[in-house]
Design a protein around this ligand. Structure first.
Ligand code: IPD
Ligand code: CA
Ligand code: CA
Length: 264
Protein backbone atom coordinates (compact mmCIF):
# COMPACT_ATOMS: atom_id res chain seq x y z
CA UNK A 1 0.00 0.00 0.00
CA UNK A 2 1.23 3.50 -0.82
CA UNK A 3 2.65 5.14 2.32
CA UNK A 4 0.45 8.17 1.68
CA UNK A 5 -2.76 6.05 1.75
CA UNK A 6 -1.57 4.36 4.95
CA UNK A 7 -1.03 7.72 6.57
CA UNK A 8 -4.43 9.04 5.48
CA UNK A 9 -6.26 5.89 6.58
CA UNK A 10 -4.54 5.98 9.96
CA UNK A 11 -5.70 9.55 10.53
CA UNK A 12 -9.22 8.74 9.20
CA UNK A 13 -9.43 5.84 11.71
CA UNK A 14 -8.56 8.02 14.66
CA UNK A 15 -10.92 10.79 13.51
CA UNK A 16 -13.72 8.21 13.14
CA UNK A 17 -12.92 6.70 16.52
CA UNK A 18 -13.03 10.11 18.22
CA UNK A 19 -16.29 11.10 16.48
CA UNK A 20 -17.64 7.63 17.29
CA UNK A 21 -17.08 8.23 21.02
CA UNK A 22 -19.13 11.44 20.76
CA UNK A 23 -21.93 9.59 18.90
CA UNK A 24 -21.94 6.70 21.38
CA UNK A 25 -22.14 9.10 24.31
CA UNK A 26 -25.15 10.88 22.79
CA UNK A 27 -26.90 7.77 21.52
CA UNK A 28 -28.96 6.81 24.60
CA UNK A 29 -29.44 10.37 25.87
CA UNK A 30 -32.19 12.83 25.16
CA UNK A 31 -31.34 14.94 22.10
CA UNK A 32 -31.90 18.54 21.17
CA UNK A 33 -33.07 18.38 17.53
CA UNK A 34 -33.17 21.23 15.02
CA UNK A 35 -34.72 20.84 11.56
CA UNK A 36 -32.49 22.09 8.70
CA UNK A 37 -35.38 21.58 6.26
CA UNK A 38 -38.46 19.33 6.01
CA UNK A 39 -37.77 16.04 7.90
CA UNK A 40 -34.02 16.84 7.93
CA UNK A 41 -32.72 16.92 11.52
CA UNK A 42 -29.39 17.92 12.99
CA UNK A 43 -28.32 17.52 16.62
CA UNK A 44 -25.52 18.89 18.75
CA UNK A 45 -23.85 15.49 18.31
CA UNK A 46 -23.59 15.93 14.49
CA UNK A 47 -21.93 19.31 15.06
CA UNK A 48 -19.59 18.16 17.86
CA UNK A 49 -18.46 15.11 15.85
CA UNK A 50 -17.79 17.28 12.79
CA UNK A 51 -15.80 19.81 14.82
CA UNK A 52 -13.62 17.09 16.32
CA UNK A 53 -12.87 15.44 12.94
CA UNK A 54 -12.05 18.71 11.18
CA UNK A 55 -9.81 19.88 14.03
CA UNK A 56 -7.86 16.61 13.92
CA UNK A 57 -7.38 16.74 10.12
CA UNK A 58 -6.35 20.38 10.01
CA UNK A 59 -3.93 19.95 12.91
CA UNK A 60 -2.07 17.33 10.84
CA UNK A 61 -2.70 18.73 7.32
CA UNK A 62 -3.53 22.46 7.58
CA UNK A 63 -3.41 22.92 3.78
CA UNK A 64 -5.88 20.19 2.81
CA UNK A 65 -9.44 20.87 1.59
CA UNK A 66 -12.44 19.87 3.67
CA UNK A 67 -15.95 19.14 2.39
CA UNK A 68 -18.29 18.39 5.23
CA UNK A 69 -22.03 18.29 5.79
CA UNK A 70 -22.73 20.77 8.53
CA UNK A 71 -20.58 23.88 8.63
CA UNK A 72 -16.84 23.49 8.41
CA UNK A 73 -15.94 23.08 4.71
CA UNK A 74 -12.75 24.81 3.59
CA UNK A 75 -10.94 25.28 0.27
CA UNK A 76 -7.34 24.13 0.15
CA UNK A 77 -5.11 21.74 -1.78
CA UNK A 78 -6.06 19.02 -4.30
CA UNK A 79 -6.38 16.63 -1.37
CA UNK A 80 -9.94 16.79 -0.07
CA UNK A 81 -11.42 15.09 3.00
CA UNK A 82 -15.14 14.45 2.39
CA UNK A 83 -16.88 13.95 5.72
CA UNK A 84 -20.28 12.96 7.05
CA UNK A 85 -19.76 13.19 10.82
CA UNK A 86 -22.99 11.30 11.49
CA UNK A 87 -24.76 9.52 8.66
CA UNK A 88 -28.16 8.33 9.79
CA UNK A 89 -29.18 11.27 11.98
CA UNK A 90 -32.85 10.22 11.89
CA UNK A 91 -31.81 6.77 13.16
CA UNK A 92 -29.66 8.46 15.82
CA UNK A 93 -32.58 10.55 17.07
CA UNK A 94 -34.71 7.37 17.34
CA UNK A 95 -31.97 5.19 18.91
CA UNK A 96 -31.76 2.89 15.90
CA UNK A 97 -28.17 1.64 15.75
CA UNK A 98 -27.68 2.05 12.01
CA UNK A 99 -25.46 5.13 12.14
CA UNK A 100 -21.96 5.84 10.89
CA UNK A 101 -19.09 8.26 10.58
CA UNK A 102 -18.07 8.40 6.91
CA UNK A 103 -14.74 9.82 5.74
CA UNK A 104 -13.58 9.69 2.12
CA UNK A 105 -10.29 11.05 0.78
CA UNK A 106 -10.26 12.54 -2.71
CA UNK A 107 -7.03 13.35 -4.57
CA UNK A 108 -7.31 15.38 -7.79
CA UNK A 109 -10.96 14.41 -8.17
CA UNK A 110 -10.57 10.68 -7.48
CA UNK A 111 -11.67 8.99 -4.24
CA UNK A 112 -8.62 6.97 -3.15
CA UNK A 113 -9.45 5.89 0.39
CA UNK A 114 -12.34 5.76 2.82
CA UNK A 115 -13.49 4.70 6.27
CA UNK A 116 -17.03 4.02 7.49
CA UNK A 117 -17.30 3.46 11.22
CA UNK A 118 -20.41 2.38 13.12
CA UNK A 119 -19.60 2.99 16.81
CA UNK A 120 -22.72 1.23 18.09
CA UNK A 121 -22.17 -2.03 16.19
CA UNK A 122 -18.38 -1.54 16.46
CA UNK A 123 -17.83 -2.09 12.76
CA UNK A 124 -15.01 -0.38 10.88
CA UNK A 125 -15.10 -0.63 7.09
CA UNK A 126 -12.15 0.69 5.10
CA UNK A 127 -10.61 0.57 1.66
CA UNK A 128 -7.93 2.25 -0.42
CA UNK A 129 -7.22 2.16 -4.14
CA UNK A 130 -5.80 -1.19 -5.23
CA UNK A 131 -5.67 -2.65 -1.71
CA UNK A 132 -9.07 -4.30 -1.21
CA UNK A 133 -11.95 -3.58 1.17
CA UNK A 134 -12.11 -4.67 4.80
CA UNK A 135 -14.55 -5.00 7.71
CA UNK A 136 -12.59 -4.76 10.95
CA UNK A 137 -9.57 -6.84 9.81
CA UNK A 138 -11.33 -9.24 7.44
CA UNK A 139 -11.33 -8.68 3.68
CA UNK A 140 -14.85 -8.33 2.25
CA UNK A 141 -16.34 -8.95 -1.19
CA UNK A 142 -19.64 -8.24 -2.89
CA UNK A 143 -22.20 -11.03 -3.21
CA UNK A 144 -22.01 -13.52 -6.09
CA UNK A 145 -25.78 -13.74 -6.57
CA UNK A 146 -26.91 -13.32 -10.16
CA UNK A 147 -30.69 -13.79 -9.90
CA UNK A 148 -33.03 -10.94 -8.97
CA UNK A 149 -35.34 -13.44 -7.23
CA UNK A 150 -32.51 -14.18 -4.77
CA UNK A 151 -31.39 -10.55 -4.44
CA UNK A 152 -32.11 -8.14 -1.60
CA UNK A 153 -31.82 -4.43 -2.41
CA UNK A 154 -31.51 -1.36 -0.22
CA UNK A 155 -32.46 2.23 -0.91
CA UNK A 156 -33.21 5.52 0.82
CA UNK A 157 -35.49 8.46 0.24
CA UNK A 158 -34.17 12.02 0.11
CA UNK A 159 -35.34 14.83 2.36
CA UNK A 160 -36.23 16.79 -0.82
CA UNK A 161 -39.32 14.80 -1.84
CA UNK A 162 -41.48 17.51 -3.40
CA UNK A 163 -42.56 16.45 -6.89
CA UNK A 164 -40.63 13.16 -6.54
CA UNK A 165 -43.03 10.83 -4.68
CA UNK A 166 -44.07 8.93 -7.83
CA UNK A 167 -40.40 8.45 -8.85
CA UNK A 168 -39.57 7.13 -5.38
CA UNK A 169 -42.45 4.63 -5.48
CA UNK A 170 -42.13 3.35 -9.09
CA UNK A 171 -38.92 1.30 -8.47
CA UNK A 172 -40.46 -0.25 -5.34
CA UNK A 173 -43.29 -1.65 -7.46
CA UNK A 174 -40.81 -3.32 -9.82
CA UNK A 175 -38.67 -4.64 -6.97
CA UNK A 176 -41.74 -6.25 -5.40
CA UNK A 177 -42.47 -8.03 -8.68
CA UNK A 178 -38.96 -9.31 -9.41
CA UNK A 179 -36.69 -9.30 -6.34
CA UNK A 180 -36.59 -10.88 -2.87
CA UNK A 181 -37.38 -7.45 -1.51
CA UNK A 182 -35.86 -4.23 -0.29
CA UNK A 183 -34.85 -2.54 2.95
CA UNK A 184 -34.72 1.15 3.90
CA UNK A 185 -32.24 1.37 6.75
CA UNK A 186 -31.59 5.11 6.97
CA UNK A 187 -27.84 5.46 6.44
CA UNK A 188 -26.48 5.60 2.90
CA UNK A 189 -22.94 4.96 4.18
CA UNK A 190 -24.04 1.77 5.97
CA UNK A 191 -26.18 0.74 2.98
CA UNK A 192 -23.07 0.91 0.80
CA UNK A 193 -20.93 -0.90 3.37
CA UNK A 194 -23.54 -3.68 3.37
CA UNK A 195 -23.31 -3.96 -0.43
CA UNK A 196 -19.51 -4.17 -0.11
CA UNK A 197 -19.77 -7.00 2.46
CA UNK A 198 -22.25 -8.95 0.31
CA UNK A 199 -25.35 -8.56 2.48
CA UNK A 200 -27.25 -6.59 -0.17
CA UNK A 201 -26.92 -7.22 -3.89
CA UNK A 202 -27.69 -3.62 -4.83
CA UNK A 203 -28.28 -0.06 -3.62
CA UNK A 204 -29.77 2.95 -5.38
CA UNK A 205 -30.80 6.42 -4.29
CA UNK A 206 -31.33 9.91 -5.67
CA UNK A 207 -30.10 13.24 -4.39
CA UNK A 208 -27.36 12.00 -2.10
CA UNK A 209 -24.51 14.35 -1.31
CA UNK A 210 -20.74 13.73 -1.70
CA UNK A 211 -20.30 13.08 2.05
CA UNK A 212 -22.96 10.31 1.95
CA UNK A 213 -21.18 8.23 -0.73
CA UNK A 214 -17.46 9.15 -0.88
CA UNK A 215 -16.21 6.40 1.46
CA UNK A 216 -18.83 3.92 0.21
CA UNK A 217 -17.69 4.39 -3.39
CA UNK A 218 -14.12 3.20 -2.84
CA UNK A 219 -15.37 0.45 -0.50
CA UNK A 220 -17.69 -1.04 -3.14
CA UNK A 221 -15.14 -0.69 -5.94
CA UNK A 222 -12.48 -2.43 -3.86
CA UNK A 223 -14.93 -5.18 -2.84
CA UNK A 224 -15.44 -5.99 -6.54
CA UNK A 225 -18.76 -4.19 -7.13
CA UNK A 226 -19.90 -1.79 -9.81
CA UNK A 227 -21.12 1.82 -9.45
CA UNK A 228 -22.83 4.05 -11.99
CA UNK A 229 -25.58 6.63 -12.16
CA UNK A 230 -29.17 5.49 -12.98
CA UNK A 231 -28.48 5.82 -16.70
CA UNK A 232 -25.23 3.86 -17.11
CA UNK A 233 -22.89 6.87 -16.86
CA UNK A 234 -19.79 6.80 -14.64
CA UNK A 235 -20.55 7.67 -11.04
CA UNK A 236 -19.04 10.67 -9.31
CA UNK A 237 -19.93 11.67 -5.75
CA UNK A 238 -21.15 14.99 -7.20
CA UNK A 239 -23.84 13.27 -9.31
CA UNK A 240 -27.55 13.20 -8.44
CA UNK A 241 -28.22 9.46 -8.80
CA UNK A 242 -26.32 6.37 -7.70
CA UNK A 243 -26.69 2.69 -8.52
CA UNK A 244 -24.19 0.44 -6.72
CA UNK A 245 -24.32 -3.34 -6.95
CA UNK A 246 -22.42 -6.60 -6.96
CA UNK A 247 -22.05 -5.99 -10.71
CA UNK A 248 -24.04 -9.11 -11.57
CA UNK A 249 -27.54 -7.62 -11.18
CA UNK A 250 -26.53 -4.11 -12.29
CA UNK A 251 -28.02 -4.33 -15.80
CA UNK A 252 -31.25 -5.71 -14.36
CA UNK A 253 -31.52 -2.76 -11.96
CA UNK A 254 -31.27 -0.33 -14.88
CA UNK A 255 -34.58 -1.74 -16.10
CA UNK A 256 -36.43 0.09 -13.31
CA UNK A 257 -34.07 3.08 -12.85
CA UNK A 258 -33.28 4.28 -16.37
CA UNK A 259 -36.79 5.73 -16.79
CA UNK A 260 -36.60 7.88 -13.63
CA UNK A 261 -35.93 11.51 -14.57
CA UNK A 262 -32.86 13.06 -12.93
CA UNK A 263 -33.78 15.27 -9.96
CA UNK A 264 -33.02 19.00 -10.37
C1 IPD B 1 -29.13 10.64 5.15
C2 IPD B 1 -28.99 9.14 5.19
C3 IPD B 1 -30.20 8.47 4.57
C4 IPD B 1 -30.47 8.96 3.17
C5 IPD B 1 -30.58 10.47 3.17
C6 IPD B 1 -29.30 11.09 3.74
P1 IPD B 1 -27.97 12.06 7.15
O1 IPD B 1 -27.98 11.29 5.71
O2 IPD B 1 -27.84 8.73 4.50
O3 IPD B 1 -30.04 7.06 4.47
O4 IPD B 1 -31.64 8.37 2.70
O5 IPD B 1 -30.80 10.90 1.86
O6 IPD B 1 -29.36 12.48 3.66
O7 IPD B 1 -28.82 13.27 7.00
O8 IPD B 1 -28.48 11.12 8.16
O9 IPD B 1 -26.52 12.39 7.31
CA1 CA C 1 -25.61 11.64 5.31
CA1 CA D 1 -25.03 13.59 8.41
Amino acid sequence: MKDQYKEFLKLAFSCAENAGKIIKKGFYREKRIELKSFANPVTETDKAAEKRIVEMILKRFPGHSILTEEALSKEGSEIKWIIDPLDGTVNFTHQIPFVAVSIGIEIEGKIVAGVIYNPILEETYFASSGNGAFLNKRQIFVSKTTEPAKSLLVTGFPYEREGRIEFLIAPIREINKNYTGFRRLGSAAMDMAFVARGSFEGFYEENLKPWDTAAGKILIEEAGGRISDYYGGNYSVYKKTILASNGLIHENMFSFLKGIPEPK
